[in-house]
Design a binder for this molecule. Structure first.
Ligand code: IMP
Length: 191
């Protein structure tokens, strides 16, 4: 059994990562290691933020850990909201407001290409390494579906005609940014 701290309190993320990793892992949450405060995410890039979170946990606990940071990068918006995806419209994680703002920003835009990018920082035995997962797609003209979280109701992965929010967890995990990054993480952890 590989025991590792996942530096998040997002229940959706924990469920997704558990499903991709499968048997053989004991995922420990921040709450379970006594970290209840918000970890500062002040980096200018996804890599920096993933590092900040993982190093914070490692410095506090000395345990093997990993942290992820994800951004939605929209081509017509020069890569925005990117590293600011969580706080795009407001100071909090207001998914509805973020989706409304994204639709407004893209009003009339024909180029709706976008991608989700996840960076995972893994610290194992005190050594840090990063893996990345990307899924390409487009931003729909209206929200659809009730599964998932965040920008899922607006994101239609390339080769599909439904949003992530219209897919089962298994379908999303098989092709998603986080699913791909976690699959690479699993390969490293098995070594
Ligand atoms: P985080 O910093 O990794 O928590 O991600 C930043 C923001 O990106 C989140 O608050 C969500 O709005 C969005 N996000 C991250 N992962 C996903 C996903 O799998 N689907 C939809 N939105 C996501």
């Amino acid at each position: 059994m590989i025991k590792i701290v996942f530096a998040t309190n997002n229940a959706h993320k924990i469920a997704e990562v558990k499903a991709v990793l499968g048997e053989g892992y004991e995922l420990v949450t921040l709450k379970e290691v006594g970290i209840t405060e918000d970890i500062p995410e002040t980096g200018a890039t996804l890599d920096e933020n993933a590092s900040l979170k993982a190093r914070y946990v490692y410095n506090r606990t000395g345990l093997d850990c990993f942290a992820d940071d994800t951004g939605l990068e929209v081509e017509a918006l020069n890569g925005a909201p990117g590293v600011h995806s969580a706080r795009y419209a407001t100071d909090g994680h207001d998914f509805k407001a973020n989706n409304r703002k994204l639709l407004n920003e893209l009003q009339g835009a024909d180029n709706r290409r976008a991608r989700f990018r996840t960076v995972i920082s893994l610290i194992r035995g005190g050594v840090e390494q990063h893996v990345e997962g990307i899924v390409e797609g487009t931003i729909a003209r209206e929200e659809s579906g009730a599964e998932g979280f965040g920008y899922d109701p607006l994101f239609i992965p390339t080769g599909h005609d439904r949003s992530f929010a219209e897919m089962s967890a298994e379908e999303k995990n098989a092709i998603s940014h986080r699913g791909r990054a976690v699959a690479k993480l699993a390969t490293i952890l098995q070594k």
